[in-house]
Design a binder for this molecule. Structure first.
Ligand code: ADP
Length: 258
């Protein structure tokens, strides 16, 4: 709490009392803290790949006679880390765009079948790289209002997570159906699951249950924060049920009227 005080003086310059104003600045403080955390996190996330890109390029330049195999190994790391940097910058820009333009959704009538085609191609490509079983149950006649590009990103982010956090030979499911008032999108996997205490926190920027694992699979820690923002702008909700070791299920509920 911030306090500002001033004396109260009458025309004859007698002190009559004082006025004290109490400002509750706890909200402001919290926002400021979050901003500082965010900047610290971004800096850290950027620093890690840059350090490794620098280190490996320096080593390559210093050792002119390095084995071709070693050279390729180092170049592969450099490529991987630059790709990480690229995704990170992309996700950061997305997040800031979404936060700024929350009210500027480009809302259209979405016909599920058409809308999903390009995402399905991308998903199937990832699935085939990893030998996972992919099952889909999509009601083809559904149509609803929303921002098609943003909602596509929601589906992709959830599906990529399902793919990333499910070991080989596991299964992932995509279900889209409607109830009386809502469109329901369910993304389920038989992967590693999410511990109870992490279920709320995974929607925070940069929160990861296992930092090293997320990095390895190319994760930025921003995917679910982006999902949550897009859904908030649609007045939609997202819930997660999960059991460690058995899998997770994310359920998105988009109201038909909003
Ligand atoms: P990331 O880029 O790390 O995947 P996200 O914001 O998409 O970032 O997810 C945050 C964290 O939530 C992940 O690092 C992971 O620990 C956890 N998570 C998300 N989806 C799943 C899932 N389907 N199964 C297990 N853990 C998940």
């Amino acid at each position: 709490i911030e306090v500002v005080g001033a004396p109260v003086i009458n025309d004859l310059k007698d002190l009559k009392g004082a006025v004290l104003v109490f400002h509750d600045i706890s909200d402001l403080k919290r926002v400021e803290e979050m901003r500082k955390d965010f900047v610290a996190n971004v800096s850290h996330e950027l620093k890690t790949p840059i350090t490794s890109i620098r280190g490996f390029s320096e080593t390559l330049l210093e050792d002119e006679n390095a084995d071709v195999e070693i050279q390729r190994q180092f170049l592969t790391i450099i490529l991987k880390e630059s790709t990480r940097l690229q995704s990170l910058v992309h996700d950061l820009l997305e997040l800031s765009k979404i936060e700024k333009a929350e009210m500027q959704l480009s809302t259209k009538l979405i016909e599920v079948n058409d809308w999903l085609q390009s995402s399905l191609t991308l998903i199937e490509e990832q699935v085939s790289k990893k030998s996972l079983h992919f099952y889909k149950a999509i009601d083809p006649d559904i149509s609803f209002y929303g921002d098609p590009d943003r909602l596509q990103q929601v589906v992709l982010n959830l599906m990529y997570n399902a793919i990333n956090y499910t070991p080989e030979e596991g299964s992932i499911y995509l279900r889209i159906y409607e109830t009386e008032d809502n469109i329901i999108i369910e993304v389920e996997d038989t992967g590693m699951g999410i511990p109870e205490e992490a279920k709320q926190r995974i929607f925070e920027r940069f929160y990861r249950v296992d930092r090293a694992r997320s990095r390895n699979t190319g994760g930025t820690g921003l995917g679910l924060a982006i999902v949550k923002h897009i859904l908030e702008a649609h007045q939609a909700s997202i819930n997660v049920t999960s059991e460690v070791g058995n899998g997770s299920c994310f359920t998105v509920k988009i109201p038909k009227k909003w």
